[in-house]
Design a protein. Sequence first.
Length: 207
Amino acid sequence: MSQFFQIHPENPQVRLVRQAVEIVHDAGLIVYPTDSCYAIGCRIGDKSAMDRIRQIRRLGSDHNFTLAGRSLSELSAYTKLDNQSHRLIKGLTPGPYTFILPATKMVPKRLMHPKRKTVGVRIPDHRVALALLEELNEPLLSTSLILPGEDMPMMDPHEMNDTLGHRVDLIIDGGPCGFEETSVIDLHGDTPVILRVGKGDVGLFES
């Protein structure tokens, strides 16, 4: 069975955050809260943990994983950002947006979209998520916690524990999260394209 931590959504307990990051460092798979919905994540370099995410969610090879980071400067090592994209993302983060950008050589090929060589990045506006990322000191490979056959993310950490307790290493109860995924904006081309309308306001990208 997985471990189950209750971490305060406004004042995350440092001891529990450090224990959570130790689990990530040990190739662990964790469920954690964000400003949009609960997510499932692991270290970027852990292929076995990423494969477990694919199995849990039944994801195909064309799935764009997301790198959740604590700052734009941290994520810029993994993406190719022009000045326009940099200004745009800086003005909307932290927040419930995922941006699709060309990936750099820092991103393992297995994480990229196989044809376009892109990767999704986001900076969550949630204190527990940011505390985890600060302690981890690198982005977390993530995707929304949506089980196969479901349209909405899981919301109840206790239900997650009952359903996924034998398939993940840690479930963090960080209080209520929403049921909307992030809005996804594709910035790898000349013009921003809205790929998914979610929690983040996409009015800026609508013509």
